[in-house]
Design a protein. Structure first.
Length: 433
């Protein structure tokens, strides 16, 4: 029997947990040690955090109105949104979202009788996600150089002299397979990693091939710095842990050449609702002004509830995440994540909505005569179009929460009667340059 669990075995583990079976019972069914099952569940479980505030894990956080819980601070703001003092150390009503039962077998909420009523953090074991994580880990473990220095020296003494004689790696491996004990692909990887005395230049056939393009563009140190902790991988992990949190995708729509104006667009993924703001230019300062104005008019708490997580691209206008994430008073108002460079498909919802917007404002159109009222009119028509993904409801029909209505009133957005919807450049009479 293989030492690695299979997808079918992981399915049996998930089924057993749902039925409330012990690790010993599941292990006996799979002819595995109970320790193996326990280790698999703890390693592959997914935590679903109940608190959306990363600085305060209290169960009462969403509706707490306490002030001055911390002694001798003189603070006038709500304690739940404070990032300077930890109110959980002083408040007598504090109750953590962390469930202590998750520290004991079966370590997950699968099969728990209190699952639907419990308000604390949940943990689940999913066979599909566990198998996917295992496959990713297995693939990653087989990349790079994993041999010791002594082993590499031994291989170098065999391979380098023969390569200098004009022998290919395939030729060498055919005659020294038992001594080398590696595949031809691995040997090529080691040569690429420059762990031997011989280099790519010593392999004539390999040098004759044009190198493949890199899958991802190389980023500078500065770009790595602003993306640290905000990559698409971190975003996917965060979304798995917080499946109910609203996601907003953000982008810009450019004018024709010769005009510096552009549109800042945001699409609410769940409702497909699009909002846009006319920027005087495509700078980071212009984007920050929009965030600050919205925060001032809506309030930090409402902004945080409307825009908790924003996924965007790597445009220069978005490369100051700390300022975008925090208000003028240094309160956390959102979290910013970035797609991979040149990977617009990672934010597909806003790209799809842009198709509808471009029917009214075609590519090549100059924004020099575009006004905020024009943008508002275009948004009213775009969001009044029924969407198949919404069961033929319009984004206006779905965008109906209390905070959503505040945003609609602030932006003066209201639906257009179905027969009056116009998705054409004739709506604004904008001419291409």
């Amino acid at each position: 029997m293989s030492q690695h669990l299979t997808a079918a075995e992981r399915g049996i583990i998930e089924s057993g947990l749902l039925q409330g079976n012990s690790f010993a019972y599941i292990g006996k069914k799979l002819d595995r040690s109970p320790t193996t099952i326990s280790r698999e569940v703890r390693k592959r479980r997914a935590i679903v955090a109940r608190s959306k505030n990363i600085y305060n894990d209290c169960l009462l956080n969403s509706h707490c109105r306490r002030l001055n819980v911390c002694p001798d601070t003189g603070c006038q703001g709500k304690c739940r949104s404070c990032r300077i003092h930890d109110c959980t150390k002083y408040c007598k009503d504090y109750e953590s979202c962390i469930c202590t039962e998750l520290d004991k077998p079966p370590y997950v909420c699968n099969g728990c009788v209190f699952e639907k009523t419990c308000k604390k953090d949940h943990a689940y074991y999913s066979a599909y996600k566990a198998q996917r994580a295992y496959e990713h880990e297995l693939s990653a473990s087989r990349k790079g150089v994993r041999a010791t220095v002594e082993e590499l020296d031994r291989l170098d003494r065999i391979i380098s002299p023969l390569v200098r004689q004009g022998q290919s790696l395939n030729h060498i491996l055919a005659n020294h397979k038992d001594e080398i004990g590696l595949s031809e692909k691995t040997l090529y990887n080691y040569v690429n990693a420059n762990v031997f005395e011989v280099k790519d230049i010593h392999l004539p056939k390999k040098v004759s091939y044009r190198p493949r393009k890199q899958e991802r563009p190389v980023l500078s140190r500065k770009e790595y710095k602003y993306r640290a902790g905000r990559t698409i991988e971190v975003f996917n992990e965060f979304r798995e842990q917080n499946p109910d949190i609203p996601i907003i995708e953000m982008d810009t729509v450019k004018s024709a050449s010769g005009c510096v104006k552009c549109l800042l667009t945001m699409s609410f993924v769940a409702s497909q609702f699009l909002i846009a703001f006319l920027l005087r230019n495509g700078s980071a300062t212009s984007v920050l002004e929009v965030f600050d104005n919205l925060t001032d008019k809506l309030g930090v708490q409402t902004f945080r509830e409307l825009f908790p997580v924003i996924l965007t691209d790597n445009g220069p206008e978005f490369k100051d995440p700390l300022c975008l994430e925090h208000s003028r008073t240094n309160c956390l108002r959102t979290r910013i994540f970035y797609c991979d460079p040149q990977a617009s498909w990672q934010k597909p919802h806003i790209e799809r909505v842009h198709v509808e917007l471009r029917k009214i404002i075609p590519k090549g159109t100059s924004f020099s005569k575009l006004t905020p009222s024009d943008v508002t009119l275009a948004l009213r028509h775009v969001n009044s179009e029924p969407r198949e993904i919404l069961d033929n409801k319009t984004p206006f029909d779905v965008f109906t929460g209390k905070n959503e209505k505040k945003l609609l009133d602030l932006l003066h957005l209201s639906p257009i009667p179905p027969d009056d919807v116009m998705l054409s450049h004739k709506l604004l009479n904008l001419r291409k340059r």
